[in-house]
Design a protein around this ligand. Structure first.
Ligand code: ADP
Ligand code: MG
Length: 151
């Protein structure tokens, strides 16, 4: 199941992220794709804030995983430089764990994604226009996506 929003300001994108952030539960996994400048960091910061993260969330470019405290632990992962498998890094724990995991560059670990996750794809459509596509994998995410659509 897929749904697409169009936003015309960064604030609108933040609002969407905030709505999603409020609905998240332990063990939720979200993948986040999109070209440079599409709004991945903008979205992630607002999502983290809605999870009660007070520290500044930056792109995890030079680390594979960053961990933040919030209403739920928030794990921000950049799989771009991942050379080992998830198992070697013990990342499976994050996927079934107590927190919310956002994975940038999920293409790098496509075969290691869990059965249930939300795929978010951000598209640059114009200077301040973005398309935000959400695809739900698994019944839990389908329900969450229905809720998010109504939010
Ligand atoms: P990425 O992490 O994908 O490289 P960023 O979030 O760092 O992207 O950058 C997106 C930039 O685009 C920000 O400067 C943001 O203010 C701007 N922007 C303009 N319009 C939008 C929009 N509708 N949604 C998200 N960001 C937008
Ligand atoms: Mg970024």
């Amino acid at each position: 199941m897929k749904y697409v929003w169009t936003t015309t300001t960064a604030e609108e994108t933040e609002k969407l992220a905030e709505q999603l952030g409020k609905m998240l539960q332990p063990g939720n996994v979200i993948t986040l794709s999109g070209d440079l400048g599409a709004g991945k960091t903008t979205f992630t910061k607002a999502l983290a804030a809605a999870l009660g993260v007070t520290k500044t969330v930056n792109s995890p470019t030079f680390t594979i995983m960053k961990e933040y405290a919030g209403r739920l632990p928030f794990y921000h992962m950049d799989a771009y430089r991942l050379e080992d498998t998830m198992e070697e890094l013990g990342l499976e724990e994050y996927m079934e764990g107590d927190g919310v995991l956002v994975i940038e560059w999920p293409e790098m670990i496509e075969d290691q994604l869990p059965e249930e996750y939300l795929a978010l794809r951000l598209y640059y459509k114009g200077e301040t226009t973005r398309e935000i596509e959400a695809e739900a994998f698994g019944s839990r995410w389908e329900e969450l996506l229905e809720e998010w659509k109504k939010a």
